[in-house]
Design a protein around this ligand. Structure first.
Ligand code: HMH
Length: 222
């Protein structure tokens, strides 16, 4: 009988907020095939800006994993894989934006996006523990994985022209990567002080709120 992990406990406890982030009306509208394409384009342009800010955040986690020395578990390699994937992701955003006629150079970050990026920047600080930053990283990736995987289920009516986008985060290997991040986080939380565990849980909740705000913004409900 496997032990119940910390992330498992949190996901049960915060199920409502978690589902709010992974089953948001924006995602439902993709899945139901009635998405407003202008909302999709807003999301695309705003997420490009977000992903650019996400790179130094992930790099800071890479540094923290390395400095945490006893990396016998291969955390650095998993996170490095994440950095490499972001390189590909940025090219994909440029290609996709061109396809939809979205001019990336003229995108102005909206309020929810600015606040989310500022939150990421605050987590870059060396004062923020590896465990706390890693929880945010795991949650950010996993919310996208679960959201977009939902749009690819058998009974979904996702428009064909949006399938590639959903595949990007909803595919199985991205799912395995999210599981690796979850294992990293649970291993860290197992040995963390109560104080760090408390901070990490609060950080998870903030990620969930930012993700909901980000979908709201894309959906044009701010
Ligand atoms: C807002 N959350 C947001 N954008 C993303 N690209 C991800 C998560 C996943 O990387």
């Amino acid at each position: 009988q496997a032990k119940i992990t910390v992330t498992e406990t949190w996901l049960r406890k915060h199920r409502y907020l978690y589902d709010g982030a992974t089953r948001h009306p924006f995602i439902r509208s993709i899945r139901d095939g009635n998405i407003d394409i202008s909302a999709f384009k807003t999301w695309l342009g705003q997420d490009y800006i977000f992903v650019r800010a996400f790179v130094p955040f992930v790099a800071s986690i890479l540094t923290k994993a390395y400095k945490g020395s006893d990396d016998g578990n291969g955390d650095v390699e998993v996170i490095l894989g994440g950095v490499a994937a972001l390189h590909d992701e940025i090219s994909w955003f440029k290609k996709e934006a061109f396809k939809w006629g979205v001019q990336l150079s003229s995108i102005v970050p909206q309020k929810a996006n600015q606040e989310y990026c500022r939150f990421l920047e605050s987590l870059i600080s060396p004062e923020v523990e590896y465990t706390v930053a890693a929880v945010a990283f795991w949650a950010i990736e996993t919310i996208y994985q679960e959201s977009f995987a939902h749009c690819l289920e058998d009974d979904s009516k996702t428009p064909p022209e949006l399938k590639e986008t959903c595949q990007r985060w909803g595919n199985e290997s991205f799912g395995e990567y999210c599981n690796s991040l979850r294992n990293i986080v649970d291993r860290q939380l197992e040995k963390a002080s109560d104080d760090v565990v408390t901070k990490a849980e609060a950080t998870l909740l903030r990620v969930l709120e930012h993700e909901v705000d980000f979908w709201n913004m894309s959906h044009g409900r701010t």
